[in-house]
Design a protein around this ligand. Structure first.
Ligand code: PLP
Length: 353
């Protein structure tokens, strides 16, 4: 893989939890182009510097773009581990298909990512809870205003050293159930990690933050009845000892942390059920003292305990507002595998030497 070097390197920020999320970017990025004539080509690692774009570039107008989120962790032996990258490449190509973006060669971007990570190893923070966040993205780059799939694309991977996703770390989050706005509809793009989904969710997110909540808990668009997800995390509830997570009905993003969590829980002997679960069932369980725990799963926040849910102006506290036992076990297990503190029975760590 071609590497174009920069003359001077950036000054690094303090590599601890004060990094926050997504504020700093490393020296290099991976890029690859697509044109209808040449297909995907010109894969290389180059300096991460601003790029000029014509303002008629289609991504600015119609949001034909997709992204992924992954993390790299420095292992105790000094090697680099990425958590299940092949899952992200496969999902990204599924998102691409949904958005009329040509599928890309997964082996080429994996090689690009590995080349990039080896070059940027010093940017992987090691303080507890920190990691190097990986953001692969594809944007439509044709300069044209017609509403059609673009004939040109840019694939890029940028890297950002990050601390905890939520400012308050592993403290349980507060969610507000959104019963007016919707995130995704059946037949829409909720299953794809496409840019427009996030633009569409910001209004509800802003209202939630003004009211002092961390995130929105989305319901299904048709009936406003069934729990879907949080918009950056998939949801799990522990009711009477059984772990329940909304089934992937088509409007929910199929999370890799979700999939990994289900496997860990089942292997530890927990009953895990994927099915539709209504918000009324969750509230009823809380009222009857049967809602033991609730948590969200996602690459950015990993496993995030939920301490409070507001629905129709009533606040429901979960597990006394504290992180539950299963949530804690799952957090320890998944981060243990990611950071190399625990064995990796599933082969989830992709080691880059
Ligand atoms: C990325 C994302 C998730 C979490 O998926 P992971 O693969 O676990 O990171 C959940 N919901 C939405 C809408 C997302 O974009």
């Amino acid at each position: 893989m071609e590497i174009i070097r920069r003359k001077t390197l950036k000054e690094k920020p303090a590599m601890d939890n004060s990094l926050g999320f997504g504020h700093y970017f490393t020296d290099y990025m991976f890029t690859m182009k697509y044109t209808a004539e040449k297909g995907w080509h010109d894969a290389k690692v180059e300096p991460n510097e601003p790029k000029p774009f014509d303002l008629a570039t289609s991504i600015f107008h119609y949001a034909q773009g997709i992204f992924e989120g992954m993390k790299a962790f420095l292992q105790p032996d000094g090697s680099i581990a990425v958590f299940r990258p092949e899952e992200n490449w496969a999902r990204m190509n599924r998102s691409a298909t949904r958005m009329c973006i040509p599928n890309f060669p997964e082996d080429v971007v994996e090689e690009g990512l590995e080349t990039l990570l080896k070059l940027e190893k010093d940017w992987i923070p090691t303080a507890p809870g920190t990691a190097l966040y990986i953001r692969p993205t594809i944007v439509a780059t044709r300069v044209m205003l017609g509403v059609h799939a673009s004939t040109e694309y840019l694939f890029f991977i940028i890297l950002s050293p990050v601390g905890s996703y939520y400012a308050h770390g592993l403290e349980p989050t507060k969610l507000i159930v959104e019963d007016y706005y919707t995130r995704a509809t059946l037949g829409g793009t909720g299953e794809a990690k496409c840019l427009g989904n996030y633009a569409a969710s910001m209004k509800a997110g802003e209202v939630a933050e003004e009211k002092g909540f961390d995130q929105v808990l989305w319901l299904d668009a048709n009936e406003k009845k069934y729990v879907e997800e949080v918009g950056s995390m998939n949801m799990f509830f522990v009711i009477d000892g059984e772990v329940i997570t909304p089934a992937l009905v088509g409007s929910i993003l199929p999370g890799i942390t979700r999939k990994s969590s289900i496997q860990v829980l089942r292997d530890k002997g927990y009953k895990v059920t994927e099915r539709r679960i209504s918000i009324d069932e969750v509230i009823e369980a809380e009222k009857n003292g049967k809602l033991n725990e609730a948590f969200g799963t996602g690459t950015a926040a990993v496993i995030s305990p939920v301490g409070l849910i507001r629905y129709k102006n009533v606040d429901y506290t979960i597990n006394g507002g504290k992180m539950g036992e299963i949530t804690g076990m799952l957090y320890d297990t998944i981060t243990g595998i990611q950071y190399g503190r625990l064995p990796d029975p599933y082969g989830w760590r992709k080691i880059i030497k």
